[in-house]
Design a protein around this ligand. Structure first.
Ligand code: HEM
Length: 127
C-alpha cells in the first residue's frame, strides 16, 4: 500500500515528479519552455509553497494564479483540452506516488482550481 502525503518532502516529490512530466508533454511543456521561459528553480519553489498551502493550509502561498494564467492565455490560448491534459497528468502523478485522504484532497483541489480557471479564463469575452 502507498503512503499518504504527510510532509513538505512528500509535496516536493509530488511537484518534482509532476513537472518532469509537464516538461515532456507536447501540449503543456511549450507554455513553460517557450511561452513563459520559466525559471524552473523559482517556479518549483513557488509550487512547493502553493501545494503545501493547498494541502496543509500552511499559509506559505499568497499569490494570484488566476491572474498569471489569464496573462498566459493572452499570449497563447489555454484550451479545455489543455486543462484536461494538465489535470490528467497531475492525477496520475498523485496516484503513482500516494494514496489516502491528503492524496484525494490534492486531486480534488487540482480539479476544482482547473474548473474555476477554465470558467473564468475561457468564458472571458463571451458576453
Ligand atoms: C493548461 C493548464 C495549465 C498551464 C499550461 C499552466 C502553465 C503555467 C505556467 C507557464 C506558469 C508560470 C507562469 C509565470 O511564471 O508567470 C504557471 C504558474 C502557476 N500555475 Fe499553472 N498552468 C495550468 C494549469 C494550472 C492549474 C490547474 C493550477 C492549479 C491547480 C495551476 C497552478 C499554478 C500556480 C500556483 C502557478 C504559480 C503562480 C505564481 O507565480 O504565483 N496551473 N502555470
Amino acid at each position: 500500500m502507498k503512503k499518504d502525503i504527510t510532509s513538505r518532502n512528500d509535496i516536493i516529490l509530488l511537484v518534482n515528479t509532476f513537472y518532469d512530466k509537464v516538461k515532456e508533454d507536447p501540449e503543456i511543456g511549450p507554455f513553460f519552455k517557450e511561452v513563459m521561459k520559466v525559471s524552473w528553480d523559482k517556479h518549483l519553489l513557488v509550487m512547493y509553497d502553493f501545494w503545501d498551502n493547498a494541502i496543509f493550509y500552511s499559509g506559505t502561498y499568497a499569490g494570484n494564479p488566476l491572474k498569471k494564467h489569464q496573462h498566459l492565455h493572452s499570449l497563447s490560448a489555454l484550451t479545455a483540452d489543455k486543462f484536461t491534459t494538465w489535470v490528467n497528468l497531475f492525477t496520475s502523478t498523485v496516484d503513482e506516488l500516494f494514496e489516502g485522504e491528503k492524496a484525494t484532497l490534492a486531486k480534488q483541489r487540482a480539479q476544482n482550481i482547473a474548473t474555476v480557471m477554465q470558467i473564468k479564463i475561457l468564458d472571458q469575452g463571451k458576453d
